[in-house]
Design a protein around this ligand. Sequence first.
Ligand code: GYE
Length: 354
Amino acid sequence: MQNSIINMKKIVVGIGVLLCMLLWFSSCGTRMSESEQPVGTDLLKEEKELVEEGDNYIVVGISQVGSESDWRIACTESLRNTFTQENGYYLIFEDAQQKQENQLKALRDFILQEVDYIVLDPIVETGWDAVLQEARDAGIPVILMDRQVKVSDESLYTAWVGSDFRGQGVLAGSWLSDYLEEQGRGSERINIVTLQGTLDSTAQLGRTSGFASVMEQHDNWVMLERQDADFTQTKGQEVMEEFLKTYPDIDVVVSENDNMTFGAIEAIEAAGKTCGPDGDIIILSFDAGRAALQAMEEGEINADFECNPNLGPLVSEIIQKLEQGEETEKLQYIKETYFDTTMDLESLIEVRTY
Ligand code: GYE
């Protein structure tokens, strides 16, 4: 279990006192060599500065979803690079391993530790009212990032920053519509399967409903099946294997993140089929991380709809505004784009940071 900032300060003071005593004892006994002396003095100075600075840290408790995907790992890296002591933060980071119960526990621990801010990436949208009320009662602002919550009272959280997931789904549908038209398949029967992300997560809900809204305009598109594959490569592969056994004539796979896509590609190839622009099955993916753009360059993915994981600086911006007593926007959407094989993927991959 993480220590509270108060405990941390006690530890730091303790180390300082111990160092003082050590220095005092050693000055009584054996003499220090010349090279050792400045090190001890510097260390003491550093510890002293840390104790003084301790008062100024903004203590942030972050409850992260897990480490289920490349996107998630990039997101965690962005948070860890932002919430550093150099930037004036003391970070308490909790990985929930894709379980809401772990997040509820983490939030209650943050409240007990009297953190200054709680940052939550909610695994699913429902089930948050009680714990958010507890944070409010403790006077701790909650900032949501990436996914959202469905609560009876929107004022239970201060702000949210993330992606327009429904917009991504709509974009994927429109891209497919244009592509099929170009291929002369505009009125052909199109068999689709979907690998869904964690059910009830905002990323899943938005991408599924966005794509479904475009489907409504195409009577010839048939959704054979949608199944939860929890945003992971292993489950993506398992579910795709089942789909391939059940449906011999799949035209399109909509995969709600890159890692499930990687699993699906393995399953398709193992079944002796091909995918991508020159293959049997059209693949649409979400996230558009570097590895996916590389797979696209290799001709395995048709189009990928971007989701930006660099949320650390945006969350920090919100906290800084709150620290200054400034107003913050309630909902803040990140601008995103898409990629397909008509683009100069090589140059794009070179500059891709995640
Ligand atoms: O697309 C997926 C991850 O919530 C946007 O979660 C995030 C999604 C992302 O596991 O790769």
